[in-house]
Structures are given as structure tokens and as C-alpha cells.
Unconditional design. Structure first.
Length: 445
């Protein structure tokens, strides 16, 4: 029908021309014949040209749609940055469980593909360093989610490298988190992280030698078995922990660094007593991190070690037990840290996809299994309830009930140099502890 209408229309158009040509005389005959020939040629291809155009248009549409689909698929890749111990491609049980969970996510959300990239825990090229550099120089390379230690989460939030989390759009917020885990998730009263694995300072001992370890710092510091801890730790976490347990404050009413004289005197007296009794041996002054104290403890046959609970849980030694740090005047405090999921600020990847994945990786049953397999403290109440060893369960419960987040990094940086210097001198018996306490407190007045 389309072709017939075109011929009828063309004939009506040509008829007036024919009359003109006839009146003009025979000399126009040849021109008329040529015009008719061109018209016939146009008529013969008019239909096929239209259909060819339609076909070409249809083909172009398909190509464009395919290109758009390919682009959409490429834009639906979700990237995770994690430390090596959570490598989903590793041969550990933790890695296999993590990998299985990611596969389940991709099956449930086929519009997304997950890529995992390993970053070292700290230092150059580590998680925080990479996050800082990418945010500044290459925002397009930022991941959808990053797994950060608590101290790095604090630093990243203060630098504006991660976004505050919205409780209204995330299903995982506050789902039976243990109290210490809920505290780790907040920086300056704003929610920035979703807890994935926990840790806390604890005391390891040998029950064969000490069936009932001392329950107070006074008792522990006056016995003669060595207590291994990193006295040369730049953050002096053990020293500051004892100071806070003794009732000391780290800041004044204006939020400025501050040390109270009486709690400081009590703290330094323990190190003085221990230096004389052998509880704090001279080699403590050569230990700069908890890995060193844990390694030395494993090589010895007696004593105690102050370590992160994860160090014990990840390589439980036969004949050793874990307990919480001692108390002072009925008060018991330990420092907690952990690994938390965060969403980078300025990531070009799908925010909706990041939230789906965050919900999926924070499901309590999965996290409980990961924490137990990887040797970390549970962050959910269900994880503690699932502990089958009654003695260990009681210890972990006591440990987490006394746990609080590490002090603010800025405060530690201000106070730790004088605390470290004083502690080293006291253990080496180079200075009187009263003199050291007064001098340290006066620096912040």
C-alpha cells in the first residue's frame, strides 16, 4: 500500500510538467523522457529505501541499547578494600566463608559484581593511606566499602574521608551490638562505622603456675613472675589504661590534655614496685609493640603477658588462659578496638549498591561465624551467646563488659611521650616514681 500511494502521488505531480513540455515543443522531448526515467527509478527504490532505513534504525537502536547495557554493567561493580586476614580468595576458613558470602550477594543482586582488593593494615599503601591518596588525587578509584581499624576510622572521619551513616537507610544499625561495639561505631557522637570484628587488651597467664591470677594491679605488681608488655609502645596504651582505671582523666573541662597527680602517682607506683619485685623486668623497656610481648611470652615458660585478645584467640597455646586486666578500687577498664565497615566520601560507585552490600556483610549470623573463625571478639550479642566453651564465654563477657574505645588519637599523641619516658625511667630505676608523677602532671598545668 505504501508503494502504490507513492506512484499515484508521483503521477499527479508529473502531469503538469507534461503539458508544459508539449507546449514547449519537440526540443524538450528528450528532457522529458530523461525526467520520466529518473522518476521511475525513484519509484522503484522508494519502498525498499524506507524499509532499509527502518531496519538500519532498528539495528542502530539495538547497538545503542547494548552499549548502554554494557556501560550499566561496568558501573555496577562494587569494590571492597580489606586487610589480608579477611582475604576472600585465601585458603583460610575465614576467607572461604567470606568468599561464599560474596557469591551469595551476587546471586541475590545480579546487577552487581564485587571486586576485592587487599591493602595492608597500616603504613604506606595501607588502608588509611590509600584512602587519603585516592580521595585527593583519584576519587574514581575509591571503593564502595572499606574495612578500617577503629583508630583509622577516627582519623578518616575527622579528615572527611568517610561519610556519616544514616540509620534510616541501613538495616544493620544497632542490631544487638554489644555495648563496646556500639561505642566503636561512633566518632564524636556521629555514626561512621559498622562493627565487623572486635578486640580488647587482656592478660594471658599459665594456670599451672598461677591457678588464680591476681585480681588487682597492686597484687600483680608485687608478685615476682614477669609481666610482659610493650613499655616502649609509642602510644603507651597499658600505662594510660592503668592511669584511667585508677580514676585519672585525660582531658580537662575545656577538652585540653590533662593528667591528674594522684592517679598518676598510683600508676607509677605499680611500675616502681614491679621493677623491684621483678614483675616488670628490664626487657619490657625494649618491647615496642604487642606482637613483641606476645612473641617473647611464647618463648618463656613463666609469667604473664598483656596482649590483644585476638593474639591469644588466633593461636591458643596449650596450658594458657585469658583473663581481663586487673582492677583498681573495684574499677576495671580495658581498651577496645576493632574492624568496622565505612563508606568513602566521594566514591563514584553506586551508593545504593554499597548499602545493599553493607547490609549483607553485616548480617549477624555471618559476622558471628567470621569473628569466631578469625579469632576476634564478637560484636553481636548472638556471637557471645554462640560461644560453646563456658569458661571462655565467661571471660569474654567480663572482658567486653569492661571495654571502652581507645582514647582519642589527638589526646594520646599529646600525653604518650611523657608517659612513655617516665615509665621507661621508672622500670630502669633511674628516677623516683613520685618525682616522675609530679613532673608529668606539671607539664599539663
Amino acid at each position: 500500500m505504501i508503494k502504490q500511494k507513492r506512484r499515484y502521488f508521483s503521477f499527479l505531480f508529473v502531469l503538469p510538467l507534461l503539458v508544459v513540455f508539449l507546449l514547449a515543443g519537440c526540443q524538450l522531448q528528450d528532457q522529458f523522457n530523461a525526467a520520466m526515467s529518473r522518476l521511475a527509478a525513484t519509484q522503484s527504490v522508494a519502498g525498499p529505501t524506507l524499509e532499509a532505513t527502518k531496519a538500519a534504525t532498528s539495528e542502530a537502536t539495538v547497538i545503542a541499547t547494548a552499549a548502554q547495557t554494557a556501560t550499566a554493567v561496568a558501573n555496577s561493580t562494587l569494590v571492597l578494600w580489606v586487610p589480608p586476614q579477611f582475604d576472600p580468595n585465601g585458603e583460610t576458613l575465614t576467607g572461604k566463608l567470606f568468599n561464599q558470602r560474596l557469591q551469595q550477594f551476587e546471586a541475590s543482586f545480579p546487577e552487581y559484581t564485587v571486586e576485592v582488593r587487599l591493602k595492608s593494615e597500616n603504613g604506606r599503601g595501607g588502608l588509611l593511606d590509600s584512602l587519603s591518596n585516592a580521595s585527593l588525587a583519584a576519587p574514581a578509584t575509591l571503593p564502595s566499602l572499606v574495612l578500617l581499624q577503629y583508630r583509622d576510622l577516627e582519623s578518616a572521619s575527622l579528615k572527611g574521608l568517610i561519610v556519616p551513616l544514616d540509620e534510616d537507610t541501613l538495616n544493620v544499625i544497632g542490631q544487638n551490638w554489644l555495648p563496646y561495639a556500639g561505642q566503636l561505631s561512633e566518632i564524636q557522637h556521629n555514626l561512621f562505622g559498622v562493627p565487623f570484628a572486635g578486640d580488647a587488651l587482656a592478660l594471658v597467664y599459665r594456670p599451672a603456675q598461677t591457678p588464680y591470677p591476681p585480681s588487682t594491679w597492686q597484687e600483680l605488681s608485687t608478685q615476682n613472675l614477669p609481666i610482659l608488655f610493650p613499655a616502649a609502645d609509642p602510644d603507651t596504651l597499658v600505662v594510660i589504661n592503668i592511669y584511667q582505671t585508677a580514676g585519672g582523666s585525660l582531658t580537662d573541662e575545656n577538652g585540653e590534655p590533662h593528667l591528674d597527680t594522684d592517679p598518676l602517682l598510683k600508676t607509677f607506683s605499680y611500675f616502681s614496685n614491679g621493677a623491684q619485685s621483678g614483675a616488670f623486668p628490664i626487657w619490657d623497656t625494649q618491647l615496642a609493640d604487642f606482637s613483641s610481648s606476645w612473641s617473647l611470652y611464647q618463648q618463656q615458660s613463666s609469667g604473664y603477658a598483656i596482649v590483644w585478645a585476638s593474639q591469644y584467640l588466633q593461636g591458643q597455646l596449650p596450658g594458657n588462659e585469658l583473663t581481663s586486666l586487673p582492677e583498681i578500687n573495684g574499677q576495671k577498664i580495658t581498651y577496645a578496638q576493632g574492624w568496622l565497615w565505612a563508606i568513602p566520601q566521594g566514591s563514584s560507585q553506586s551508593l545504593e549498591g554499597a548499602r545493599h552490600l553493607l547490609d549483607y556483610l553485616s548480617e549477624p549470623e555471618f559476622v558471628d561465624q567470621i569473628d569466631q573463625l578469625a579469632g576476634y571478639l564478637p560484636v553481636y550479642q548472638s556471637g557471645l551467646d554462640a560461644q560453646t566453651n563456658p569458661d571462655l564465654k565467661a571471660t569474654l563477657s567480663e572482658l567486653m563488659n569492661s571495654a571502652q574505645p581507645l582514647p582519642a588519637g589527638s589526646t594520646i599523641n599529646s600525653i604518650s611521650p611523657i608517659m612513655e619516658s617516665s615509665t621507661l625511667q621508672i622500670i630502669k630505676q633511674q628516677i623516683d616514681y613520685i618525682q616522675a608523677a609530679n613532673a608529668a602532671a606539671n607539664q599539663f598545668k
